[in-house]
Design a binder for this molecule. Structure first.
Ligand SMILES: Cc1ncc(COP(=O)(O)O)c(C=O)c1O
Length: 374
């Protein structure tokens, strides 16, 4: 869900609940609606937010429950503990790690930073829009370079668009929503060629699902490029989207700037998400399970697409980007009525996006989607 649609949802639900309170039988009505919402959510097949259907892991759940015992304390020790773990895994210094309540926070801070200095964001398009919307609200302009005909970020075109005006380059690799990844070597060369006065932000939310996994990460360049910020999240392959925890790795100077600008400092991620993240990092088997099940789910859709003659880019993520033209123009709302949620965008009408759920959910998707082929 984009920030804007989340906000709209919140507004409409607040309006709906105030209407119920005014209507007199508020308690009964609220109880009923609660039940209905739970029922609906259980019945729906949610293939719309790129959530991991396997999480949280057993170890993460246990850690959250154990964390309740220390929830009267601010979680500074847990922040330090998680930073050490992340630093060790990425061969960096804990002081180069910034923890946040979801990577959305970091993207927003960076966008706002560029906006406040009336700078320009250069990015591939389509891509994950948070940094752009946060930047534009604060006064930034955006230059978008369309992905190529294979739905891949075009590094040469992006490179050609770098100018004196560029303040920040945003790259999502693998990219949401197009699902493709760029070649690791080519991306490293691109990063090295970016002038050091331009902030370079690489969002690796789906890197665990990519062809080379973490070997395709730009993390190893952080010690070399002080302008590079690499962003990761525990929301996807680690299955902790609802707990809200993510992080950035960059030069100490950039991390200090993020710490100063973030109103909640790093303890905004509370005891539960911090505990869950620490426990999940110690559970590589769970990660392997999620990545392999994701592959199984994708294959179910690929097989159906092949049978139906639906072309698609090969996904390096936990979702499949599909041309809308293969399906009825109202496929998203019709599938919703059938109990399957998938995504379309108002500003990108050519495509729909199908997140990968459990294999049984993907079988259900295939069965329902077949009705809307054109
Ligand atoms: C590419 C990308 N980056 C960042 C995020 C934000 O993730 P979170 O705030 O849950 O860490 C998402 C969420 O869908 C995403 O797709």
């Amino acid at each position: 869900m984009t920030d804007i649609s989340r906000r709209k949802w919140l507004q409409s639900s607040l309006l709906a609940s105030s209407a119920l309170l005014i209507s007199g039988s508020a308690n009964a009505a609220l109880d009923l609606s609660k039940k209905q919402i739970t029922q609906q959510n259980n019945e729906l097949i949610k293939l719309n937010y790129n959530e991991n259907p396997w999480g949280p892991s057993k170890k993460a759940r246990e850690a959250v429950i154990k964390g309740l015992d220390i929830s009267n304390r601010y979680p500074d020790d847990l922040v330090e503990n998680l930073k050490k773990k992340i630093a060790l895994k990425n061969q960096t210094d804990p002081r180069q790690v910034f923890i946040s309540a979801g990577s959305t926070e970091i993207l927003s801070l960076l966008g706002q930073h560029v906006g406040l200095m009336k700078g320009e964001i250069l990015t591939a398009w389509p891509t994950f829009p948070t940094i752009i919307s946060a930047g534009e609200i604060a006064g930034a302009t955006t230059k978008k370079v369309l992905v190529d005909s294979n739905e891949r970020i075009d590094l040469n075109k992006l490179n050609a668009e770098i100018s004196d005006k560029t303040s920040l380059i945003f790259l999502c690799n693998p990219n949401n929503p197009t699902s493709t990844e760029v070649d690791t070597k080519a991306l490293k060369a691109f990063c090295r060629a970016v002038p050091s006065n331009i902030l370079l932000c690489v969002d690796e939310a789906y890197i665990e699902y990519s062809k080379n996994g973490l070997a395709g990460s730009m993390m190893s360049l952080v010690s070399e490029l002080p302008n590079l910020v690499v962003i990761r999240t525990f929301s996807k392959a680690y299955g902790l989207a609802g707990l809200r925890i993510g992080y950035a790795i960059s030069s100490m100077g950039n991390i200090e700037q993020l710490q100063m600008r973030h109103p909640g400092r790093e303890i905004a991620a509370g005891v539960a998400p911090l505990s869950a993240a620490i426990a999940t990092m110690e559970d590589p088997e769970f990660l392997r399970h999620c990545v392999s099940k994701n592959q199984e789910g994708k294959q179910i859709v690929y097989d159906a697409y092949q049978k139906w003659g639906v072309s698609h880019a090969k996904s390096s993520t936990s979702f499949i980007y599909t041309r809308h033209e293969h399906f009825d123009k109202d496929v998203v709302s019709k599938m919703k009525k059938d109990g399957v949620l998938i995504t379309k965008w108002n500003d990108m009408k050519d495509h729909i996006r199908i997140s990968i759920g459990k294999p049984s959910e993907m079988e259900a998707f295939v069965k329902k989607a077949e009705k809307y082929l054109v």
